[in-house]
Write a new protein. Structure first.
Length: 113
């Protein structure tokens, strides 16, 4: 499925830091009841609705991924605004760094014609 930025009235771009889930959490239930799969393109956010798709862009490299929100978090440091699955973190090239600066943009699906 393709996604585009939300309309201007609803457009939200959040700036902060991203981290990623430990592999030791694989199989644990997420806040929406799914099991965490490190291979899935998913993420945790404190308040975005479950099922929301967002584009996460690493600000120093401009690499980006689209992930679906299926969990709550991150908790702790307020500058961390999203926790990514291992697959998403790999795509962003952030495994070694662990935590990177990102922009998170809320997307909406585009219906196929």
């Amino acid at each position: 499925m393709a996604y585009v930025p939300a309309p201007d009235a609803e457009r939200r771009v959040l700036e902060g830091r991203a981290s990623y889930y430990s592999d030791s959490l694989a199989g644990n239930l997420t806040a929406n009841g799914e099991r965490y799969d490190p291979r899935a393109m998913t993420a945790a956010h404190r308040s975005l609705a479950f099922g929301t798709h967002v584009r996460v862009t690493r600000t120093d490299t401009q690499r980006s991924v689209v992930v679906r929100i299926n969990d709550r978090g991150p908790f702790g440091e307020k500058r961390r605004i999203i926790d990514l699955s291992r697959a998403a973190a790999t795509e962003l090239g952030m495994l070694r760094a662990g935590v990177v600066d990102v922009e998170v943009e809320v997307l909406e699906p585009v219906a196929a014609h």
